[in-house]
Design a protein around this ligand. Structure first.
Ligand code: ATP
Ligand code: MG
Length: 309
């Protein structure tokens, strides 16, 4: 009895210990619940989207004199200043411009990740009707599919479509460590092995997710912010082609640094510079201005190809 009592006391004192796993986990659980208490400071609209008056061909946008600074920034200049832009429903728009010119910021505003000064539609229903393929993404443990160009490499994985990318199961059986011949060792290896996939393969999975969401039939807006930086040229072309094939009933806005396929297919190209819209037009319109920002960026890329020949 003495020994049991001592054991019990030990167990309780371990539970109170600073480094105790249980205590840490309870702490994490607590923060999970307290996240529910965080109030959404964004004011919401009242109408659902799509609405009877909304365009069936896709979402339309009108930005009038938009200025934007990130709430956390210490910089004096705004990330966007005096942006005026009309995006017609069903159009394909390509945004180009140098690093930091405000392309992603513009796309985040269109996707309503930040607060505009006036609003009509309910944020949740707007989000249900929009897809944002962005530069930074999260891969969740279960994901997949074909149109994103992911099918081929997924089938090559040991468990194919049943692969769990980041296994969440932590092995609690610590004592196994000291028993290399234990029959459970094999099982342990299987569970803890991670399926490492490359950056480009991750982007394919993320793209696949976007196509999966299109099946909902609710999507009216697709924003694509350079999700192809790690894709090989063939993968990039395939992704853009497939996205454009799915354009019916959707407005599509792409951000890209690579001129060519997309800029050729765009109904409108928006060229950004230092947070402002510098030029708007089609490729031939913008390229006609020989001293313009668009022509400058275009020629830099074209010359890089010519330089070697
Ligand atoms: N989360 C953020 N917090 C504070 N400032 C930001 C944030 N994101 C961007 N900025 C600033 O806003 C400006 C515009 O950035 P943005 O990301 O829109 O540029 P971009 O055109 O997408 O560039 P890139 O071609 O590098 O993707 C930059 O000056 C940048 O430093
Ligand atoms: Mg960006």
């Amino acid at each position: 009895m003495q020994s049991s009592t001592a054991n019990l006391r030990n167990t309780f004192s371990n539970l109170m210990d600073e480094d105790c796993e249980t205590k840490k986990r309870i702490g994490k659980l607590q923060s999970l619940y307290s996240a529910k208490e965080i109030k959404n400071v964004m004011e919401d609209g009242e109408l659902d989207y799509p609405h009877e008056k909304s365009h069936p061909e896709g979402m339309s946008f009108e930005l009038s004199d938009v200025n934007f600074s990130y709430p956390t920034t210490q910089k004096k200049e705004s990330s966007l200043s005096s942006v005026n832009l009309k995006i017609h429903s069903g159009s394909v728009v390509v945004i180009v411009g140098s690093n930091g010119s405000g392309k992603s910021t513009l796309i985040r505003l269109l996707s309503r990740l930040y607060e505009p000064t006036s609003w009509t539609y309910r944020t949740t229903s707007l989000r249900e009707s929009s897809i944002l393929l962005s530069q930074d993404h999260n891969i969740f443990p279960m994901d997949s599919a074909e149109k994103g160009g992911a099918k081929e490499f997924i089938e090559k994985l040991d468990k194919g479509f049943d692969t769990i990318i980041h296994p969440m199961v932590a092995i609690a059986a610590n004592k196994l460590e000291h028993q290399p011949d234990h029959p459970l060792q094999e099982e342990k290896k299987k569970i803890s092995k991670k399926s490492n996939i490359s950056g480009g393969e991750q982007q394919r999975v993320v793209a696949a997710r976007a196509f999966m969401r299109m099946n909902s039939g609710k999507i009216r807006f697709v924003a694509v912010d350079e999700p192809t930086s790690a894709l090989d040229s063939e993968g990039e072309l395939q992704l853009f082609t497939r996205l454009l094939e799915a354009r019916e009933g959707k407005t599509m806005v792409f951000v890209t640094h690579r001129f060519g396929y997309l800029t050729k297919h765009a109904d409108m190209i928006v060229c950004m510079k230092n947070g402002t819209v510098e030029e708007v037009g089609t490729h031939s319109e913008l390229y006609a201005n020989k001293t313009g920002e668009y022509t400058k960026l275009y020629n830099i890329q074209a010359n890089a190809f010519l330089a070697d020949s």
